[in-house]
Design a protein around this ligand. Structure first.
Ligand SMILES: CC(C)(COP(=O)(O)OP(=O)(O)OC[C@H]1O[C@@H](n2cnc3c(N)ncnc32)[C@H](O)[C@@H]1OP(=O)(O)O)[C@@H](O)C(=O)NCCC(=O)NCCS
Length: 198
């Protein structure tokens, strides 16, 4: 857990973020979960947009939000990008509180579970008691990340694999329950890393 930290995007991180985007497209993946990064083309404009979104007035259609780079300490590398929206009423939250993305070459190492845990800590600091998370039913990696942190399916819209699922997490309960699991998740991640390097 302490091997990772959140950082707000800055001009100094420009090349790192561009490398991240490049990797995503080279691997035929996507920027889902990163907020406006998925459609803003110019890095400096993205920074301005983040500033605007941070300061927006609080309402259910357009709540304030923060985007964080999820950084691994040992090599100062961006492992993921996370977008958190700050609002309290889950019932109108089609977009969900948290969007996440892990760079393709670092996926399936348990990192998103650590990332989601950190995002829950941010929500707790902001006084949000219950969060909702939204994903397509066929995005198994996303739904499994949520379920691993204690999310329960709350609603589903649409048909079969095309349906949109809404999960809810009790923030403080999850933080308490998964403190230990999070530690194990991290260990698991390191083991996977080792296996790859062997
Ligand atoms: C979704 C995403 C963030 C998951 O990141 P990750 O670091 O690979 O996830 P983790 O390694 O922490 O794994 C989380 C869980 O999903 C499972 N999982 C991960 N990738 C999987 C895959 N391709 N197929 C099946 N299960 C998978 C893991 O086994 C783990 O489940 P477990 O706790 O039961 O073992 C990543 O796949 C991604 O960035 N996808 C593209 C963007 C996206 O879809 N964002 C979400 C929008 S809703």
């Amino acid at each position: 857990m302490n091997d990772f930290f959140y950082e707000t995007p800055t001009l100094e991180r420009k090349q790192d973020v561009l490398d991240y985007i490049d990797e995503v497209y080279r691997c035929n993946s996507n920027l889902d979960g990163t907020g406006s990064l998925s459609y803003i083309q110019v890095y400096e404009e993205w920074l301005l947009d983040l500033e605007k979104r941070r300061k927006t007035t609080n309402n259910t259609l357009c709540p304030p939000e923060e985007t964080y780079l999820f950084i691994r300490k040992r090599d100062n590398k961006i492992i993921g990008i996370t977008n958190i929206r700050f609002f309290s009423n889950c019932d109108t939250a089609f977009k969900g509180h948290i969007g996440y993305n892990i760079r393709p070459t670092e996926q399936r190492k348990g990192y998103n579970k650590i990332n989601l845990y950190k995002a829950l800590e941010v929500c707790e600091e902001k006084g949000i008691e219950t969060i909702c998370l939204v994903c397509m039913k066929d995005n198994i990696a996303s739904s499994k990340s949520m379920i691993s942190l204690g999310a329960e399916l709350d609603d589903e819209y649409g048909f079969e694999d095309n349906s949109l699922q809404i999960y809810k997490i009790n923030v403080s309960k999850s933080i308490k329950t998964f403190k230990e699991l999070n530690y194990n998740t991290e260990t698991k991640g390191i083991q996977y890393d080792k296996r790859r390097n062997d």
